[in-house]
Design a protein around this ligand. Structure first.
Ligand code: DAH
Length: 345
């Protein structure tokens, strides 16, 4: 049938247009010519009205079938082109995550951590072990066992932060690393040669020289025949190992409830090496921490016989040490985490 052949020819042309469209835009532009009202296949649809009913039925069915196939081919081609364009876009925007950046911008240990590690190295080199204890303590470990009964006026030396756990004033954030001494002595029989670095907390407002959370390092030696001379010698040895030979240490009488006798230990100013400058207020010395011979009551509190054993202890602040060593003038810089500050160390 002639009409049928014409329809087939028009369909072939339509399929040619479909497969010939290289882009979605081109396909869209060709659509009126493929199935639109003015397209060949559209014209046939309109011409159906002029046919005899019998012929109209046959030609109509054929035309519908053909149009259906063309329409499906159009949809398929549209989907294919869209997928291709999406693929091309992905390829273009793809990031190579295996690529190694030229400046990886890696971080490093914080100045305080570096300082703790150096201190540990020096003391481990002198034969000390490293011990740790909890930051949340009970009143007994933080005060009582250290010869500071509840009524002791020296408790006011530490502005304490208590935890609200419905246990009265029994649970607190440790105000110093000294409670770790108590824990070590409970767990271990003498001889004890240990240091305990860690975080401590006080009810202080942050300013250039104070922080409510800072770091201390505690030292504890308990053995037979330990004397005050051992304490002085150990601190002096530490001072030159850590700061270099030019820096000396000295002891001044002081008071701590957990040591008797007690002393404050100073080192030569690390900025001027003892000649006097602004940092040391022209004295040539800076105060580092406290120390003394472990009080017999403290030894008794943990079941160590004070008639047989003696010991010494010391404790000092780590943040301030790092501050002095690097000529930093505000302690708060240590913890505001400004990378411009941090990357300098
Ligand atoms: N715990 C004291 C403080 O925070 C420092 C200290 C002094 C520690 C004397 C000691 C010591 O071990 O013997 O101020």
């Amino acid at each position: 049938m002639a009409v049928s052949e014409d329809i087939d020819a028009a369909a072939t042309a339509a399929h040619g247009l479909i497969s010939g469209a290289a882009t979605l835009d081109a396909l869209k532009a060709a659509e009126p010519e493929i199935l639109g009202k003015k397209s060949a296949l559209g014209q046939f649809k309109r011409a159906l009205g002029g046919l005899e009913p019998d012929e109209r039925r046959v030609v109509g069915q054929h035309l519908n079938a053909v149009r259906e196939t063309v329409s499906e081919a159009l949809d398929d081609r549209r989907a294919e082109l869209a997928a291709g364009e999406r693929r091309a876009q992905f390829e273009e925007e793809r990031m190579d995550l295996t690529e190694v950046p030229t400046d990886p911008g890696l971080g490093h240990l914080h100045l305080v951590t570096q300082t703790v590690q150096r201190l540990e190295d020096v003391f481990v080199g002198m034969g000390f072990t490293v011990s740790e204890g909890p930051e949340v303590e009970t009143d007994w470990y933080n005060f009582e066992a250290l010869n500071l009964p509840k009524w002791h006026p020296a408790r006011s030396m530490w502005d304490t932060l208590y935890l609200n756990l419905d246990q009265g004033d029994n649970v607190l954030l440790r105000t110093h690393t000294s409670p770790v001494q108590v824990r070590v002595m409970q767990e271990q029989a003498p001889p004890i040669y240990t240091i305990c670095p860690g975080k401590v907390f006080r009810r202080d407002t942050a300013d250039a020289s104070h922080l409510p959370a800072f770091h201390q390092i505690e030292g504890l030696v308990v053995d037979e025949g330990i004397t005050f001379g051992d304490l002085a010698g150990t601190l002096d040895e530490f001072t030159s190992a850590y700061f270099g030979g030019a820096i000396k240490s000295r002891l001044r009488p002081s008071f701590f409830p957990f040591t008797e006798p007690s002393a404050e230990f100073d080192i030569n100013c690390v900025i001027c090496e003892g000649s006097g400058c602004q940092t040391c207020q022209r004295t040539g010395w800076i105060e580092l921490g406290g120390c003394g011979m472990v009080h017999p009551n403290v030894l008794s509190n943990v079941g160590i016989d004070p008639e047989r054993y003696t010991g010494f202890a010391f404790g000092f602040g780590i943040d301030r040490l790092a501050l002095m060593r690097h000529g930093i003038d505000d302690l708060r810089d240590m913890f505001t985490n400004d990378v411009r500050f941090l990357t300098q160390f």
